[in-house]
Write a protein that binds this ligand. Structure first.
Ligand code: ADP
Ligand code: ZN
Length: 736
């Protein structure tokens, strides 16, 4: 891996007559341009260049090879943009990710340049503040309100002041002319930030926490290292890594914290602000473009010192990065499944290695990959075995649904209903977890048995009663609920099958009338700010029973929540791909971890038809490490990751025959070697998605195989027709 930056070759490049520029387009190589004589350019500089009649922005890159085009036919660089250059480690990361995922470099670069307008500085904005008013100032009500508002804060823009004072901006213009307000330039991207203060006191740490924090602090001064912060839910992992952040800040370095998108709630931000005196910069896809522009620019200028973000924050242009934290490192949402297919946790480790800085992975349920890395000594493990203070881990019990099934068309068993009433009567809160959005996962005709499915996907349509629709959860197709069967035409025979959270809510309101119920799913909670409002309502005791999907499972801390009921603990086990058991364990463990986080003990009831399953036994016995050991045994025997390597090829297109032909061509060209096996082609479980037919091939290789080289050679031998796409998924997590 290239680790030498700012080498002499870079400064020599500054004087070359031509430069190589990587454009953020699906291009695997750089293009050459002439350097205008009066322009100095070094790798990393952002430039605008002509491309086929357009002007596009790109980055000056290391030259890939000998120039392909004669100099006299090259076009010139148009301008160097007024933006700090892309740091060399980030360029190396882009190269690395492109090579590893077999993606054109430009497609990866596009993730690091997602906000092109950030490449130009923000023009300074005019702000207004009060000056001593002239004695002859004519006063009106509107003017008085404006002066009161302007006096109450720092200089602000005219629209902001006008909105707050409830007047038109004309009043402000008038006051400027009259000499009662003065115009000042507002600081642009660096402005309005209260500096983070690493010196503020944190909580008094327990001896175990203090020991872990000391190790993290010590790591900050060092070189690349990976530390797993392995602690039960509520152990204080966040408090401990905050100490690492404080150390990095004190050392003058920037910090990146990755969180699963939905965990980016007010709770985390409030805790951060309490610890450091100001909020961090935030980055996620739900933010308005202007806010992302500002964040990107502040990172590049090093005015953002701590950024907390979802996976794409990994590609922000930190010039002074000193620490990366990946919280909930096991979380499946770190794997990006479309566009550039990459795993943000793994690539975060790569970035830390390139930057030569420490990285901390935090979780209560580490991924098997991470555990293996600890056992081989590549990662260091710090354990926090107990919850903080008086809080204890909740007791987990199984409800055997074969013995005590719920009544027909109901989903809650007798013992779970009893536990719910006890909890509510005690003035505590309960959470019912069901990882299924909508009212019912399937609508079928009682006359002919027809099942309503998506016209574009191999999937049933899910009934959503709140919006009176049938929805496809894969492609977003919606249809009205039919009153007659689309197949046999029978009237009023369509029936909802199985439960979703909306149906569960119906059952709960019937059983517990008068208690306050909240539904938390991605349909009712859109984006982090809505999530924060929900979380606040729960923390303020405005809600008695929460019914939620996995968005409720992560990170939240609800002091009064003492009962967690998992309605269908087996749900994640069906379909059974490689990580089904591991993922189910992680998810249920995490949901269970919402119960009893303060002094009231928590209780967790899992409804299951498979009480003997290893996942259920491990949860009840609190035997995480035993489960991981058994799981790892199985993977070792089968040569599956992390003991072997996998890569998937997904062939897709609208024309089924072409897709099949391409898949067959790929199978015929498949590599043969002792260390390799190619499985498939087979129809993907989602054999049709968004109108495209899909076939899968799976390459399984021993650990020491250079999978990328094998794939490159393999794909290089096959030509596929227009309209057929072959996607490469290295280290696949989804087998759909
Ligand atoms: P984790 O990240 O391991 O789930 P948290 O850091 O969220 O755990 O801690 C759980 C709860 O315990 C939080 O409310 C946190 O503020 C509190 N807590 C943890 N450690 C301490 C401490 N040393 N002093 C006071 N409160 C603490
Ligand atoms: Zn669909």
């Amino acid at each position: 891996m290239p680790m030498h930056h700012a080498s002499t070759s870079e400064s020599e490049a500054a004087a070359q007559p031509t430069v190589s520029v990587q454009l953020p387009l699906p291009l695997g190589t750089t293009y050459d341009y002439l350097r205008p004589a009066d322009m100095t350019l070094t790798p990393g500089d952002f430039v605008s260049v002509p491309l086929g009649g357009r002007v596009v922005e790109g980055v000056v890159w290391r030259r890939d090879g000998p120039p392909g085009v004669a100099e006299d036919r090259l076009k010139g660089v148009i301008a160097r943009l007024d933006c700090p250059p892309m740091p060399a480690p980030l360029r190396d990361l882009v190269d690395w990710v492109a090579r590893y995922t077999l993606t054109p470099r430009g497609a990866v670069l596009r993730m690091a340049m997602s906000i092109p307008e950030a490449l130009e500085p923000t023009p300074p904005r005019a702000g207004y503040r009060i000056t001593p008013p002239p004695p002859d100032l004519r006063m009106t009500d509107a003017r008085r309100r404006v002066l009161r508002v302007a006096a109450a804060g720092p200089a602000r823009g005219a629209t902001e002041i006008a909105r707050e004072a409830g007047v038109s901006t004309g009043v402000i213009t008038g006051l400027v002319a009259a000499g009662a307000l003065e115009r000042v330039a507002l600081p642009a991207d660096g402005g309005y930030t209260v500096a983070l203060d690493p010196g503020l006191p944190g909580p008094v740490l327990s001896p175990e926490q203090a020991a872990a924090a000391a190790q993290l602090r010590a790591a900050i001064a060092g070189e690349f290292s990976v530390t797993l912060l392995d602690g039960v839910t509520g152990a204080g992992k966040t408090e401990v890594y905050f100490e690492g952040i404080a150390e990095a800040l004190a050392a003058g370095r920037q910090v990146l914290v990755l969180l699963p998108e939905i965990a980016l709630t007010g709770q985390w931000l409030d805790r951060f602000a309490a610890r450091f005196g100001a909020p961090p910069d935030v980055w996620h896809s739900d933010l308005p473009r202007g806010a992302r522009r500002r964040c990107w620019r502040r990172v590049a200028q090093a005015s953002a010192r701590v950024v907390v973000g979802a996976r794409s924050a990994l590609f922000l242009p930190f010039p002074e990065l000193g620490l990366i934290v990946v919280d909930e490192e096991h979380d499946g949402s770190y794997k990006q499944e479309d566009g550039v297919i990459y795993h943000a946790r793994d690539m975060a480790v790569v970035r830390a290695r390139i930057e030569n800085i420490p990285i901390v992975l935090a979780t209560a349920t580490p991924a098997l990959e991470t555990v293996m890395n600890c056992e081989s000594g590549r990662y260091r493990r710090l354990r926090l075995p107990a919850r903080h203070g008086a809080a204890e881990l909740p007791r987990i019990e199984l409800l055997d649904m074969r013995r005590a099934p719920p009544p027909r068309q109901r989903w809650l068993s007798e013992p779970l209903v009893a536990a719910l009433s006890e909890t509510l009567e005690a003035g505590e809160q309960a959470l019912l977890f069901l990882n299924r959005r909508g009212y019912a996962p399937l609508t079928l005709c009682r006359a002919c048995g027809h099942r309503v499915h998506c016209p574009n996907c191999t999937a049933w349509l899910v009934e959503h009663r709140l919006t009176r629709q049938l929805q496809c959860h894969h492609c977003g197709y919606v249809a009205a609920l039919p009153s007659s069967c689309p197949d046999c035409g029978a009237e009023d025979r369509m029936a909802a099958c199985g439960p979703g959270v909306e149906r569960l809510a119906e059952e709960v309101s019937a059983l517990f009338p008068g208690w306050r119920l909240a539904l938390m799913t991605s349909d009712t909670v859109r984006g982090p700010s809505a999530a924060a409002a929900f979380v606040a309502a729960i923390a303020n005791r405005e809600i008695d029973i929460i019914i939620g999907t996995q968005i409720i499972a992560k990170g939240h801390h609800f002091p009064l929540l003492t009962l967690v009921g998992v309605v269908d603990a087996d749900l994640g086990l069906v379909g059974g791909d490689l990580r089904a058991a591991e993922r189910t364990f992680q998810l249920l463990h995490q949901v269970a971890g919402r119960a009893g986080r303060e002094d009231r003990p928590g209780r967790v009831l899992l409804q299951t038809y498979h009480p003997e399953h290893a996942v259920m036994r491990a949860l009840v016995d609190g035997a995480r490490d035993r489960f991981l050991a058994a799981e790892s045994e199985m993977r070792r025997d089968g040569g599956w990751p992390p003991f072997g390597r996998l890569a998937a090829l997904i062939v897709s297109g609208r024309d089924e025959a072409r897709v099949d032909r391409t898949a067959a061509l790929l199978a015929r060209a498949a590599p043969h070697a002792e260390q390799l096996r190619v499985l498939g082609p087979a129809p993907a479980p989602l054999a049709m998605l968004r109108g495209r037919h899909r076939r899968r091939l799976l390459l399984k290789a021993a650990r020491n195989v250079d999978v990328q080289a094998v794939l490159r050679r393999w794909l290089g031998q096959v030509r596929w027709p227009n309209g057929v796409r072959v996607q490469v998924d290295v280290d696949p997590y989804s087998f759909l």
